[in-house]
Design a protein around this ligand. Structure first.
Ligand SMILES: [Zn+2]
Ligand SMILES: [Zn+2]
Length: 361
């Protein structure tokens, strides 16, 4: 079938909105009519070439829509289902899936071997971030789509697919924090605000939010931060020590992909504390740590990929918290844009001013 998509043809250049060819869903796959796709910083890193990869490509992976058709053998979903679509393609049976880590699924799927997308000239187009959701329709493996109740707004639901799963999951899955733990969150964008609301839901205290944008720090307070600190000009280590009885934080979550933020984060954890690295810098960026003091202080550094999410468990839980009014989604949306204005949405997200911009179809 034909669909319209925002195609990246050169790194750093504006996306080009084109009519492309999308093949029908094969066995185990679904075709989703897109309702909304938010712009994540990972999309921008890809658009800017920070992580390499082939072109042309369609990115976009924070998505929600309505199942249009299902391929042979799909029993868990049916046409008309409202779904959140993630990039977490998983088989359920490999060693990674069996140990509850579907983000590290080892299976190779037909969609991994061959892209479902072709441009007007018949050339293959990369199915970016395993989703290709800056498009009016997507074909994904059924494991990537999780059904949600039909009364949940799809533009808000789209945010769950990456920012919420990742930010909240880093706190409640990867770190599995305890009530009363002291938490620092560095970066208060679409991921960091969800780490903050995860820490609030888990009963952490204090929850100290750090950013360089004062608007994001105000948002952090709305999402549950007990204290905020502007990284520009304030003595972060002194401030965090002052708020934690001189010990610094039990848990530090670094939600931005910036080397300096990772190094700063490591300096803000207490003895016997832990730092969770959530944001991913461009390929090749390295940070400096002091292994001696890490060992002497019994500290841990953990990576968190997609919030260690198990979508079939986490998405329904997040939707339930949202419907009960205990988790914010609507407030994460800074702007809504049609696909034809995606370059404006990307520019706004890149400037750092927006929480999340959403393409609505
Ligand atoms: Zn993302
Ligand atoms: Zn698997």
């Amino acid at each position: 079938m034909k669909t319209r998509a925002a195609v990246c043809r050169a790194f750093g250049a504006p996306l080009s909105v084109e009519t492309i060819e999308l093949r029908p869903p094969g066995p185990g796959e679904v075709l989703v009519n897109m309702a909304a796709c938010a712009i994540c910083h990972s999309d921008i890193f890809y658009i800017d070439g920070a992580w390499g990869g082939d072109l042309p490509a369609v990115y976009g992976h924070e998505a929600a829509g309505v199942v249009e058709t299902v391929g042979p053998g799909v029993t868990r979903l049916e046409p008309g289902d409202h779904v959140v679509a993630t990039l977490i393609r998983n088989c359920g049976f490999c060693p990674a899936c069996a140990e509850g880590a579907p983000v590290f699924c080892e299976e190779v799927f037909p969609l991994d071997r061959e892209t479902p997308l072709r441009d007007a000239a018949g050339r293959p187009v990369v199915h970016g971030l395993r989703t290709g959701a800056f498009a009016e329709h997507i074909v994904v493996d059924a494991s990537q789509a999780v059904a949600i109740p039909k009364d949940v707004k799809l533009d808000s639901a789209a945010l769950i697919a990456c920012g919420v799963l990742t930010g909240l999951g880093a706190v409640v899955n990867t770190a599995n924090v305890r009530a009363g733990s002291s938490v620092v969150v560095i970066g208060c964008g679409g991921v960091g605000l969800n780490s903050i609301q995860g820490a609030r839901l888990a009963g952490c205290d204090p929850i100290i939010a750090i950013d360089v944008e004062s608007a994001k720090l105000s948002a952090a307070r709305e999402f549950g931060a007990t204290h905020t600190t502007n990284a520009r000009g304030e003595n972060l280590a002194g401030r965090v020590a002052e708020l934690t009885g001189g010990r610094k934080a039990d848990w530090v979550f670094v939600t931005v992909g910036v080397k300096g933020a990772a190094e700063q984060g490591i300096s803000l954890m207490k003895r016997n504390g832990a730092t969770v690295l959530v944001g991913m810098p461009p390929s090749g960026v390295t940070a400096t740590i002091d292994p001696g003091s890490l060992a002497a202080d019994g500290q841990r550094i953990l990576g968190s990929k997609m919030g260690s999410a198990r979508p079939l468990i986490d998405v329904p839980k997040i939707v339930a918290l949202y419907r009960e009014g205990r988790l914010k989604l609507d407030e994460l949306i800074s702007g809504r844009y049609p696909l034809d204005r995606i370059n404006d949405a990307v520019a706004s997200s890149r400037s750092g001013a927006a929480l999340r911009n959403v393409i609505v179809f």
